[in-house]
Design a protein around this ligand. Structure first.
Ligand code: 5GP
Length: 170
């Protein structure tokens, strides 16, 4: 299956000059969505993780089904102020300004092996922040998985030393 056939590229979203990779066209196709997640699951199964952690919102639509397929739990990473329990937070830089991501303090036990997952790796800022939160709780980040990697933005450099898997590269 050529997964790229299911990705719609939308020019000038959210800003002029950006070619946004729209994954909703893959998600609505039952077979493509299942096969995409299955293929990632097969690539990362050997990492033997205890948990998957994914940032909102599109990290959930990749991370949660991946967790079910691997038979492990899922930990949501959310924008500050959204999680109901006690959290740890860290800020990260955006193109203009900064934002904060949060994780429940008791979501990960020290030493647990965690795979971080998101829909897309661009500059790597979002996933690097996710990795940082997992490590703040003592989790061991075993690898990272994505549907899409924008290779020309070199986000991988922020994940040095980790096993990084992406289903599609642009
Ligand atoms: P980064 O932090 O690596 O620069 O950007 C990745 C984050 O931004 C991911 O959470 C992803 O959901 C979102 N993102 C950035 N560009 C795109 C895109 O073209 N398509 C999709 N689906 N998400 C994007």
């Amino acid at each position: 299956m050529n997964f790229k056939d299911y990705i719609r590229v939308i020019p000038d979203f959210p800003q002029p000059g950006i070619r946004f990779k729209d994954i909703t066209t893959l998600l609505k196709d039952a077979e493509a969505y299942r096969k995409a997640v299955e293929t990632i699951a097969d690539k990362v199964r050997h990492l033997n993780v205890d948990l998957i952690a994914g940032p909102e919102a599109r990290g959930f639509v990749v991370g949660a089904p991946l967790a079910l397929m691997l038979g492990v739990g899922f930990v949501p990473i959310r924008k500050s102020g959204k999680l109901p329990g006690e959290t740890v937070e860290t800020s990260y830089d955006l193109e203009y300004g900064s934002d904060k991501l949060a994780i429940h303090k008791d979501a990960i036990k020290p030493g647990q092996r965690v795979l971080v997952a998101d829909d897309l790796l661009a500059t790597g800022g979002t996933i690097a922040t996710t990795v940082k939160l997992v490590r703040m709780l003592g989790g061991e980040v075993a690898g990272a998985a994505f549907l899409i990697e924008l290779g020309y933005l070199n986000g991988r450099e922020k994940l040095e030393g980790l096993d990084v898997y992406s289903l599609m590269t642009y």
